[in-house]
Ligand binder design. Structure first.
Ligand SMILES: N[C@@H](CC(=O)c1ccccc1NC=O)C(=O)O
Length: 274
């Protein structure tokens, strides 16, 4: 059992909304959800789409697909896994990037999964894996699957690097990962209130990635640069994008805007010449 001061500090460190300076904590989350809901309503009103497509038999195993005006079977697919500490959020308020990406010829998929307490972390990882396998089977001639996750969704997206695709009978054409403001080391949240509905234990760490020592903020960018170098050595193309003047929430809210820096990074990644 950790001392109260350590627990309070962890609670604060792992509450992204408390670090927002634009707005009060509750306002930050409220604005995020409102922006996502509004973008989703707009996308559903003006874009070609297929909503609530089942990728499995479970009630919550659905995804929304938004298409560019010129539809073809050979499109790049941008797949978004929403965040919310594996206990909040839904596909119905997460279609932030649909308009700017479909306008440039990219199909966008927003995946739903069973958040806690209904779903366990293992089930969520399995659901996201099956959603990606489903998309590959449905669109075998796709021009690349680009997997993007935010926050807890970045953890789920990163877990696809460890997926055993042979058990799903397909190798998805994964061409890129965009992991935004992710959480990958789960142990520190075990003793925070975020774990109340999750019930993570150290054994569940099997679903997490390897434990890394908690770096200071200063050494964080060095550590991330180092990770990028390791990925390069392993033959991956990887880059680290520092996005200025944004917090955990408006980094995603800004994806509703055509001129956003991350939208440009996404389009360059998808359309770069080999
Ligand atoms: N209760 C959290 C909310 C939160 O973390 C969150 C909300 C929306 C989207 C992503 C989030 N964080 C990680 O998944 C907070 O206070 O910041």
């Amino acid at each position: 059992m950790q001392p109260v001061s350590v627990l309070q500090e962890l609670e604060k460190q792992y509450s992204p909304s408390r670090w927002v300076i634009r707005l009060k904590a509750e306002e930050a989350v409220k604005t995020y959800v409102q922006t996502g809901s509004q973008a989703t309503r707009k996308a559903r009103a003006i874009r070609k789409r297929e909503l609530h497509v089942p990728y499995g038999l479970g009630e919550g195993e659905k995804l929304d697909i938004y298409f560019p005006d010129k539809t073809s079977a050979a499109l790049p697919l941008f797949v978004f896994i929403h965040g919310g500490y594996w206990q909040s959020g839904s596909k119905d308020e997460s279609a932030f990037m649909v308009n700017p990406l479909t306008a440039q010829g990219v199909a966008v998929v927003i995946v739903a999964y069973d958040v806690a307490p209904k779903g366990t972390l293992d089930q969520m990882v399995d659901q996201v894996t099956r959603s990606v396998a489903f998309l590959q089977k449905r669109y075998p001639s796709n021009k690349g699957i680009y997997l993007c996750g935010h926050s807890a969704g970045a953890h789920l997206a990163s877990m696809m690097l460890l997926a055993n695709w042979t058990t799903h009978g397909v190798t998805p054409n994964l061409q890129g990962f965009l992991l935004v403001s992710g959480i990958y080391d789960l142990e520190p949240i075990l003793s925070t209130s975020q774990n109340d509905p999750l019930h993570l234990t150290l054994i569940c760490q099997a679903s997490g990635t390897q434990r890394v020592p908690l770096p200071s903020l200063q050494s964080l960018s060095t550590l991330l640069c180092f990770s990028v170098q390791i990925l390069h050595q392993a033959g991956w193309k990887a880059s680290l994008q520092e996005v200025r003047d944004v917090d955990h929430f408006d980094i995603i809210e800004n994806l509703t805007q055509e001129g956003d820096v991350l939208i440009q990074v996404i389009l360059q990644t998808i359309f770069q010449k080999p």
